[in-house]
Design a protein around this ligand. Structure first.
Ligand code: TA6
Length: 296
């Protein structure tokens, strides 16, 4: 259902038959809540998050488009997360077993303002679905609608903030042995040595050529998040740790202990679209009980 938050911002609640729910703000086209059938929140949103334009909302799943981070001349992570999206009242028919899925389609088109800094016309259609097992899927279709014959190039990420019990008891599996660009070392390229990624300090790495499936294991909670992706070859792993947390005005000093960003992305190789061409990038996240015990 659609409603307004205390600041008057429009948001939509998706519900699924077993009790899973998701909440999406038209501001930013941003998922800000994903709860399981017990009403437990699976995404992290900072207690100090702004829900007031023009600042982005700190948490959930910010959409980074047309620029990831400061890899270019636009604002940090591009403008998509700082704009109002519109709800498509007549979404095209859903292909697969749509009667099991609650979904909405959001649309972003470039504004006159944005055309000054990014002189292209595009249509960005974001479909958010909540599946029968509570899996949350985001499908982005971005089309170049330029009429001047010009191509455009962009980088992209679903900047997903997972809620974890204790970051020092979290492992990420699926990225071992891969190369990564370390944002804390001038984006220098290294190769991951560990057999799984664990966390003892600030981390900000763009893993390259990653598999379609990545697991985030919350050992304390015996819960594993499974992230599956298509069309998104890279994965960013970010935890600000204590010093960076204190420097972020919309982030609690201790909150780094209870979150981890694992972001399906296309960064190393920017995407170029000719007029009329469309790109599709999809991620699906699910939360499963894991009988994971260390060392297995
Ligand atoms: O997650 C990668 C990253 O680029 C980090 O370097 C950090 O800046 C993070 O995004 C958060 O960015 P934001 O603009 O949302 O504060």
């Amino acid at each position: 259902e659609q409603c307004k938050d205390p600041n008057g911002l429009d948001k939509i609640i998706l519900r699924e038959i077993r009790g899973f729910s998701a909440q999406v703000y038209l501001y930013g086209g941003q998922v800000t809540s994903w709860k399981n059938e017990h009403g437990e929140e699976l995404l992290f949103v900072s207690s100090k998050a702004n829900f007031k334009p023009p600042k982005p909302i700190r948490g959930g799943i910010p959409i980074c488009f047309p620029q990831f981070s400061n890899h270019g001349s636009l604002e940090q992570h591009g403008f998509a997360r700082n704009r109002f999206w519109t709800l498509d009242p007549n979404p095209p028919p859903f292909s697969t077993n749509s009667h099991y899925r609650a979904f909405i389609d959001l649309i972003l088109k470039n504004s006159e303002e944005d055309t000054k800094t990014w002189p292209h016309r595009f249509e960005f259609r974001l479909r958010i679905t909540l599946g029968p097992g509570g899996d949350l899927m985001l499908t982005s279709r971005i089309r170049n609608t330029n009429t001047d014959g010009k191509s455009f190039t962009f980088t992209f990420a679903y900047h997903t903030y997972f809620s974890v019990t204790d970051i020092s008891e979290v492992r990420v599996e699926g990225l071992e042995t891969l190369d990564y660009l370390d944002n804390l070392k001038n984006r220098e390229r290294f190769t991951e040595q560990g057999d799984a990624i664990t966390f003892e300090s600030e981390m900000d790495k763009v893993y390259l050529g990653t598999p379609t499936k990545i697991a985030i294991i919350d050992h304390e909670r015996k819960r594993t998040y499974v992230l599956r992706k298509d069309g998104l070859p890279d994965a960013v792993v970010w935890n600000p740790w204590d010093k960076k947390s204190k420097a972020l005005p919309d982030f609690g000093d201790e909150e780094y202990k209870h979150m981890l960003c694992v972001q399906s992305a296309s960064i190393e190789k920017a995407i170029t679209l000719k007029p009329g061409e469309e790109w599709k990038g999809r991620q699906e996240i699910s939360a499963v009980a894991s009988s994971y015990c260390s060392g297995q």
